[in-house]
Design a protein around this ligand. Structure first.
Ligand SMILES: *Cc1c(COP(=O)(O)O)cnc(C)c1O
Length: 376
């Protein structure tokens, strides 16, 4: 059996090595490392793929979220509504800009922000809702957009874990996640579903004016060279990464499918036990399984994790501490929140290896070890 890994970027690379190596050498020979045609072409291709009018590449997913908040004109003291059950980047950048994150509960099934918890968290200072499509499952964008429209709020989608996912509205319209809110943000961190061989990120919008602002802020606030209109930052996707990503983009649907097939295998294997709740899939969206995250019932989750580790099965707890319980948010009153579902989930979730290169032998081994422990 090939060694088990949470994500197998090495085997994935081997399969596209010839294409990738040629593209990288092309950039080296052009010696255009920053900006230029390779980066612009990738941005155009990704915008088209995502059904977004504009794609603005940047240095990483965290920057994408920060630049989005800056472009929307969010000011110190403003509030944004976000789930606490997420990766820290989503809320850290708000705090960095002195914008107050208001943490709300997630839905027990989808792990995404619970739309019914949003309205009661809205105050006169609220400027935006930041749903996170966690683990590759889309948040309930239909209800989120309706609430945002009603209260005149912006929506920034954190699409770092769900690129490639389709979301269908009740009127039949289907959109890619990341193209639904005012701005969508994504990350090309190597383990992400569209992963670079280094850091990278991007922002999506259909609004020409916002696109201009995003582009300007990512480039020192400049409107033209050496004319700086607003305070910005320096956040660029380099040409080597863009060249690699452009190739991987042509494989993204195939990658999403491979992840989905692996998830189907796990789902079937765990169907017989009530001690495991497999990931929920809302029928109006295509889960892209950035993670395959189980909830365990009447099982010592930490002991299961240790047992798997001891038996050579990598596993992770995403995330052991919710954002509102992180020390960094003490200053924002994080420790005053009562989010029982979020706390409950952090104690029950466990993620198994999922990636594009898993084979059935590997998956069966993983399944056997999980079942061995829970049936003990
Ligand atoms: C990875 C990730 C980010 C940050 O992306 P980086 O490229 O690592 O900065 C933000 N939000 C979520 C949900 C993520 O998973």
């Amino acid at each position: 059996m090939r060694p088990l890994q949470m994500v197998d970027t090495k085997t994935q690379y081997q399969k596209i090595k010839a294409e990738v190596d040629a593209a990288v050498i092309g950039v080296l020979e052009s010696s255009i490392f920053i900006g230029g045609k390779v980066v612009n072409d990738f941005a155009t291709n990704l915008a088209n793929y995502n059904g977004s009018k504009h794609c603005i590449p940047c240095a990483n997913g965290t920057d994408a979220l920060q630049i989005a908040m800056m472009a929307l004109g969010l000011q110190p003291g403003d509030e944004v509504i976000t789930p606490s059950f997420t990766y820290i980047a989503t809320v850290e950048v708000a705090a960095l800009l002195n914008i107050k994150p208001i943490f709300v509960e997630v839905d027990k099934q989808t792990f995404c922000i619970d739309p019914s918890a949003i309205e009661s968290a809205i105050t006169p200072k609220t400027k935006a809702i930041i749903p996170v499509h966690l683990y590759g499952h889309a948040a309930n964008m239909e209800q989120i957009m309706a609430i945002a429209t009603k209260h005149n709020l912006f929506v920034i989608e954190d699409n770092a874990q769900a690129i490639g996912s389709n979301y269908t509205f009740t009127n039949g319209t289907s959109k890619k996640t990341g193209s639904i809110g005012h701005i969508g943000c994504t990350s090309f961190y190597p383990s992400k579903n569209l992963g670079a061989f280094g850091d990278g990120g991007a922002m999506f919008t259909n609004d020409d004016e916002l696109a201009n602002k995003l582009r300007m802020i990512a480039s020192h606030g400049q409107s033209k060279r050496y004319y700086h209109d607003v305070v910005g930052c320096n956040s660029r996707l380099d040409a080597v990464q863009a060249a690699i990503l452009d190739i991987k983009l042509t494989h993204l649907d195939e990658y999403c499918n491979a992840r989905k097939n692996a998830a189907d295998f796990y789902d079937a294997a765990f169907a017989g036990t009530t001690k495991i709740t497999v990931p929920f899939r809302a029928s109006n969206q295509s889960h892209v399984f950035h993670q395959y995250t189980l909830q365990v019932n009447d099982v010592d989750r930490d002991a299961l994790s240790q047992y798997l580790t001891d038996n050579g099965v990598p596993n992770m707890i995403y995330y052991p501490v919710p954002a509102h319980r992180q020390k960094m948010f003490d200053a924002f009153g994080g420790n005053t929140y009562d989010l029982p579902i979020t706390d409950w989930l952090t104690e029950r979730v466990i993620s198994l290896p999922i990636h594009t290169e898993l084979d059935e032998e590997q998956q069966q081994f993983i399944v056997n070890k999980v079942l061995e422990f829970i049936n003990k």
